[in-house]
Design a protein around this ligand. Sequence first.
Ligand code: TMP
Length: 235
Amino acid sequence: MSVMLYEGKAKKIFATEKADEVVIYYKDDATAFNGLKKGTIVNKGIINNKLTEFFFQLLEKAGVKTHLIKRLSDRELLCKKVDVLPLEVVVRNIAAGSLSQRLGLPEGEWLAEPIVELYYKNDSLGDPLVNYYHIKALSLASPAQVAVLEKEALAVNGALTEHLLRKGIKLVDFKLEFGLHNGEILLADEITPDTCRLWDAATDDKLDKDRFRRDLGQVEDAYHEVLYRLTGEKE
Ligand code: TMP
């Protein structure tokens, strides 16, 4: 039995025999609104595990360095161990969610150019939006690190937007997390329908966790559809 290092809302992290490698196990648990809403999305763990492998492999080919080493099983990825930076990086192409609420932009309106936002990763505070001044004052990351996060996030956006559109999916927005491994910044965590807004390009049907957040139904179908369109796999 390997030692569990951490249990998050959607994943567990286990130690391996190598000090600088971990196993990330994907659960079916779903939460929203900072854990206030709880539920299960059947087999989400399998789908999100396979989608993160798919996206991270695609991004490695596009020159983005990630923590992925390889997929071990339906629900497990072997990854480089990182110290996660306390910033969540959101990129938006189309207005939705908290951006629409904050700035009064109708959901679905294309933005003139992608918007990058930084949030302080702190559950007890509800992950507040921060700017460069907050980041410096709270020593959350150095200016050079922030510049890397923004550049990498836009590179991810470029690579994923194009690929997803070819599969009939609009990449509305997404959230990334990064970590330090031997001083190097690596893309970490996951890229899945939990952390992206994905809309069918023809109908604008939601194919992501907003179906769970907003009680829209057919949550599992949406996750399966994304996996199928991207990998051809049913599960
Ligand atoms: P937002 O519009 O609610 O700020 O969400 C922006 C994007 O970030 C959206 O694709 C969903 C993702 N996200 C997470 O991955 N985790 C979170 O805790 C939140 C609030 C959003």
